[in-house]
Design a protein around this ligand. Structure first.
Ligand SMILES: Nc1ncnc2c1ncn2[C@@H]1O[C@H](COP(=O)(O)OP(=O)(O)OP(=O)(O)O)[C@@H](O)[C@H]1O
Length: 242
């Protein structure tokens, strides 16, 4: 299997209290994710899940250690190249990431295609919006949409972009049960077609339907569970530490 993400001995420190003190929030995390693999990151609140996702995805430089995406260290690219690499290869479904409020939903969805000078198939995009139960008007500004609809815009943008890696932070958090199932099904399909998907979630049932779940606790990678079941994941999360 082709390795798509490699992170080696990654640590992340942040400065607190007028920069006088460093706090380490990720301790020595190493991990590999393959093409076609759907990986979920679970763990208690404050365990470092979002921090790990940000470091892994090239958005937040680790204090030490190495991140390799598709054979490239995103932190060693110049700004313009890093932006092109992200745009062409990586999809982000982050709640606060990069939707442009003053643009219509449709324009937000096709923005990466426009920037990459790719053809826009309107019909295909409308079909996809229908498929994900997007009920608002795609010509409405993103700022006028509900949280759930905005999340669907972010998801649609990634689904049309053909990204080889997708990073998702609680992608279905603001969605109703039916939409959640549909979106998860579409992500699952992309993984089956060869994309590599990394998702932070608090939803154990959903994590149990991914290929690999990792548990984080206090900034440490605790367990890597292949083909997880919900029972295993509940157990892993409720185990007392010695
Ligand atoms: N920039 C920062 N400065 C100080 N502390 C931070 C910073 N970023 C994160 N932290 C702390 O690091 C820890 C991990 O945060 P992170 O958001 O990664 O956790 P999480 O597992 O995603 O939590 P949740 O499930 O609640 O979203 C938390 O204790 C958080 O308060």
């Amino acid at each position: 299997m082709k390795q798509v993400i490699n992170i080696n001995h990654v640590k992340k420190q942040v400065s607190i209290g007028n920069h006088k003190q460093d706090l380490e929030i990720l301790h020595d995390v190493s991990l590999t994710v393959n093409a076609g693999e759907f990986l979920s990151i679970i763990g208690p609140s404050g365990a470092g899940k979002s921090t790990l996702l940000n470091v892994m995805s090239g958005l937040s430089r680790p204090t030490s250690g190495q991140v390799i995406l598709l054979g490239t260290d995103p932190y060693h690219l110049r700004a313009a190249k890093a932006a092109a690499f992200r745009r062409d290869q990586i999809g982000f479904i982050f709640q606060s990431y990069n939707l442009i409020p003053a643009l219509p939903a449709f324009d937000n969805i096709v923005l990466p295609l426009r920037l990459a000078h790719k053809k826009i198939n309107r019909e295909k995009i409308y079909k996809l919006l229908k498929e994900i139960n997007f009920e608002a008007d795609p010509s409405h500004f993103v700022s006028a949409l509900s949280g759930g609809e905005q999340q669907k815009v972010a998801i649609a943008r990634v689904l049309v972009a053909n990204s080889r890696i997708i990073f998702a932070d609680e992608p279905t958090g603001a969605l109703d049960t039916v939409s959640r199932r549909i979106i998860f099904g579409l992500l699952r399909k992309l993984a089956n077609q060869g994309a590599c998907i990394v998702m932070v979630t608090h939803d154990i049932e959903m994590a149990a339907a991914t290929d690999v779940a990792i548990t984080l606790r206090d900034g440490r990678l605790e367990k890597i569970i292949k083909k997880p079941t919900a029972t295993e994941l509940f157990q892993a999360l409720s185990e007392e530490r010695v």
